[in-house]
Unconditional design. Sequence first.
Length: 161
Amino acid sequence: MAPLTSKRGWVGRAAVGCADGLAGSAAPALDSRSVRFEQSVVAVAILGGFVFRVPVVLPALTVILVTSVIAGPRLNLFVRIYDAVIALRMGTSEHFDDPDEARLSDLVGVGVLGLATVAIFVGLGGLAWILALVQAIASALRATAGIHVGATVHERLRRRG
């Protein structure tokens, strides 16, 4: 399957030929703005679902993030929206993220939101929203400050053991 490219040379959220050396890695570097967009949408959707009492947001986000973890950025709904709507209006990015770190972020989101979804289905709505709000905070930190909570915890656990 041939990669989809836009007018600016983007392949999904991957930059073709970036200057910071990340392009030679196993996976192409990701535009950090698309990662931040994805995390922003996740945080806002969870908060909106909580405020307006729409629990179906949690399983929907879980399915979207599972698709992203399994298939990568080419089938990630949020990245596709970013590429189709926002990336065309912005110039090329000078900042790139590690694709493995972005996938880890999505994997942590799948885990937390998956537990929240199970909690909703067994009638533990309060626990579900606590878990979801933790994920919303983690996503907001990643989107605004670039702090990856999952990678930080993983690194600390790796150093310990």
